[in-house]
Structure formats: C-alpha cells, structure tokens
Write a protein that binds this ligand. Structure first.
Ligand SMILES: NC(=O)c1ccc[n+]([C@@H]2O[C@H](COP(=O)([O-])OP(=O)(O)OC[C@H]3O[C@@H](n4cnc5c(N)ncnc54)[C@H](OP(=O)(O)O)[C@@H]3O)[C@@H](O)[C@H]2O)c1
Ligand SMILES: *[C@@H]1O[C@H](CO)[C@@H](O)[C@H](O)[C@H]1NC(C)=O
Ligand SMILES: *[C@@H]1O[C@H](CO)[C@@H](O)[C@H](O)[C@H]1NC(C)=O
Ligand SMILES: CC(=O)N[C@H]1CO[C@H](CO)[C@@H](O)[C@@H]1O
Length: 318
C-alpha cells in the first residue's frame, strides 16, 4: 500500500533530478555583457532557435536584423519579444532562402543599409517528409539548408571580410551519419532501404560543416554548432501525435531541450570570444554543452572543395 505511493514518487523524483542534471550539463551563456552597437543578422528569426537567439541578443542591446520569409510572422515575433524586453533594435527584413531572387534582394538591402555588421547567423532550416523543391528546382533540404545560406554568405562575403564579421552556421549532430552524393547533388533521392530517418536532412547538415570548413580556409571567423534536440516548430511537417509523445517520452525527458536552452550554443558561437583556432571546422569541432567537443567525422578537403565548386555552379556564382 505504502509502496504503491512511495515507489512512483521516488521514480518521479529520480527522473526530475536526472532532468535537472541534464539541463545543468547543457550549459548556459553566462555572459551578459552589452552588445549595444553590434549588428547581428539572424535567418529564421521568427520562431524556434532563431527567435530565442534574437530575443537574447536584443536583451543585451544588440541590433538584430530578423531575416524571415514571412513578414507577418516576423512582426508577431517582434511584438512577442517586446513584451519581454525593450532593449536593442529589431529590424524585420524579408528573406526566402528557397528563392535566389529573394536572397539577392535581401543581400542588396543589407549592402545598402547595413554594410557593416558583426555577425551573420545562418540558422534557418527545415526538414520535410515529402518531395519538394526551391523556386529554382533544387531539392528542398539541400536548397534551403545549404544552397540558400551558401549564396547569401557569398553575396555578403566582401562585407564580412572588410569588417572581419563572424559567421555562425547552425548545423546538427545528424551530420555524423550522412554523405554528400555528388551524383545527385541538389536532386531528390529515395531513402536508403530500411531507413526511417531523413537522409536528405542529414546530408544537408553535413554540407553545413563542409561549407564552414571552406569559409574557415578563406580566413573567415566561422563557428559551426549543433543546438541539440530542441522543442521547436522544427517537427511541424512530422505532425506529432499524442502517442508519439508517450512513445518518445524517455527521449523527451532526457534529451529534449527548450528552445531557449537550445539557443545557448548559437548565442555562444555568435558572441563569445572563443579562440578562433579552437573553432576550426577542419578539426571537426562542434559546439555542444557550451564547451567544444569533437565531432566524429573527418572533413576531407577534397569533398569540401568540390562541394564549394558544385554549390557555386548551382547558384551561378564563381
Ligand atoms: N530543433 C532541433 O531539434 C534541431 C536540432 C539540430 C539542429 N537544428 C537546426 O536549428 C535550426 C533552427 O531550427 P528550429 O529548431 O528553430 O526550427 P523552426 O522552429 O522550424 O524554425 C526554423 C526557421 O527557419 C525558417 N525557414 C524555413 N525555411 C525558410 C526559408 N525558405 N527561408 C527563410 N527562412 C526559412 C522558418 O520560417 P517559417 O516560420 O516562416 O517557416 C523558421 O523561422 C535549423 O537549421 C535546424 O536544422 C534544430
Ligand atoms: C541520420 O542521422 C541520424 C543521427 O546521426 C542517424 O541515426 C540516421 O541513421 C541518419 N539517417 C540516414 C538515412 O543516414
Ligand atoms: C581524414 O581524411 C584525410 C584525407 O581525406 C586522411 O588523410 C586522414 O588520414 C583521415 N583521418 C582520419 C582520422 O580518418
Ligand atoms: C558594426 C561595426 O562597426 N562592427 C565592427 C566593424 O569592425 C570594427 C573594427 O574592425 C569594430 O570595432 C566594429 O564593432
């Protein structure tokens, strides 16, 4: 009788403590130094990790250019942030990473209005279940998660070099079990048989790492990170049902971070004076737990150079 109360209570207390321990281990950006006068560009700033990053940067006084594909959502996000902080400046600006036209327009506006900025945070990204393409017909994961940010960063590269701006690439641990299929670069391919997970997403996140490596080789102060598994809108296309929550409850309890927690690695990459060499993507560093931990993959120069060339070809730049 007593046991039937004590045991569940003890189990609940145990789970709670483990969860708290996990949250502690994930870490938190403790630096609250002012970012007044600093300009950050955050893609996908209206929701999820981009939203939390934007809010935290603004709270420290930064100017944040919120690069969003939907201006109504951007404005709603600003209203929401303004309920929490009046600091900083929030500037919504239209950017659809699945359209070269939109990317070029956005880059031109930045060049005219904010030619000097401190940091470009390539955060926007997605995973979908169906066969979809960008405006130019590029497979959607490759197009939105890699090619779009590739073109955007390249269009702004002169500005980045001139002011020694930092570039943050939000990748994922999912890159570790991925490949870059040059035969079908930018094209849809079927899942390998027996796979349930999204290979196209994994592959696009590996492209993020190779992209960061090439930027690093060009002398850019680039930081690549994984935010961890986070409770954002990211899974919207997977339409989670209540039984998924039950089925995945151990994962949720022990691995799922809040969006605010997940944004910590991104904010850390964007604001901390981390030694640039420690962040060398050539050493395959990935930021998890705020400290740098080594990623498992070996980023070959051959692949990173080929990816750069193929991506440039696809964007029609040189
Ligand atoms: N959540 C996780 O567990 C997790 C884990 C590892 C890595 N990541 C990475 O973290 C980044 C942020 O994801 P999140 O979790 O914050 O997801 P999210 O809540 O779905 O937010 C994604 C953001 O990207 C924007 N976006 C999507 N397609 C776009 C396009 N074509 N042009 C411009 N913006 C576009 C979305 O805009 P709309 O609102 O208009 O759709 C949204 O603002 C992604 O790169 C993702 O790969 C997430
Ligand atoms: C995608 O990455 C995850 C995590 O590394 C892995 O478990 C999964 O098998 C990968 N999927 C494919 C199709 O490679
Ligand atoms: C990584 O790749 C390079 C060349 O592609 C190779 O020379 C090196 O031995 C590899 N390192 C590991 C640890 O596999
Ligand atoms: C916005 C801005 O001016 N950012 C930086 C540009 O570079 C100089 C030094 O090179 C920095 O002092 C600025 O903060």
């Amino acid at each position: 009788m007593i046991l039937s109360v004590v045991l569940p209570a003890a189990a609940a207390a145990g789970i709670y403590l483990i969860r708290k321990q996990r949250e502690y281990a994930w870490g938190w950006v403790r630096n609250t130094g002012s970012l007044r006068g600093k300009v950050f560009i955050v893609t996908g700033a209206n929701t999820g990790l981009g939203y939390e990053t934007t809010k935290a940067l603004a709270a420290r006084g930064a100017t944040v250019i919120m690069a969003c594909r939907n201006m109504d959502k951007a404005k709603e996000a600003i209203e929401k942030i303004r309920l929490e902080t009046k600091e900083g400046e929030l500037i919504p600006l239209e950017l659809d990473l699945a359209s070269f036209d939109s990317i070029r327009k956005f880059a031109n506006v930045i060049k005219e209005t904010y030619p000097v900025f401190d940091c470009l945070i390539n955060n926007a990204g997605l995973a979908v279940q169906t066969k979809q393409t960008t405006k130019e017909g590029i497979e959607l994961h490759c197009g939105t998660n890699h090619i779009g940010p590739f073109l955007l960063t390249n269009l702004l590269l002169e500005n980045i070099k001139k002011n020694n701006s930092r570039v943050v690439v939000v990748s994922s641990k999912m890159h570790e079990r991925a490949t870059i299929d040059f035969e079908n670069f930018g094209k849809f391919t079927e899942k390998p048989s027996g796979e349930r997970s999204n290979h196209l997403y994994n592959n696009s996140k590996l492209m993020n790492f190779y992209f960061a490596k090439e930027l690093f080789k060009k002398g850019i102060d680039v930081h690549v990170c994984c935010p961890g598994l986070c409770n954002t809108d990211f899974f919207r296309d997977y339409d989670p049902k209540f039984y998924h929550y039950i089925l995945f409850s151990p994962v949720i309890l022990f691995f799922l971070r809040s969006p605010e927690q997940g944004s910590q690695n991104i904010i850390h990459c964007a604001t901390d004076n981390v030694n640039s060499d420690d962040m060398n993507p050539d050493k395959s560093y990935i930021v998890v737990n705020i400290q740098q931990t080594k990623s498992k993959i070996n980023l070959s120069d051959e692949i990173s150079e080929k990816l750069w060339a193929e991506s440039a070809k696809l964007c029609g730049i040189n």
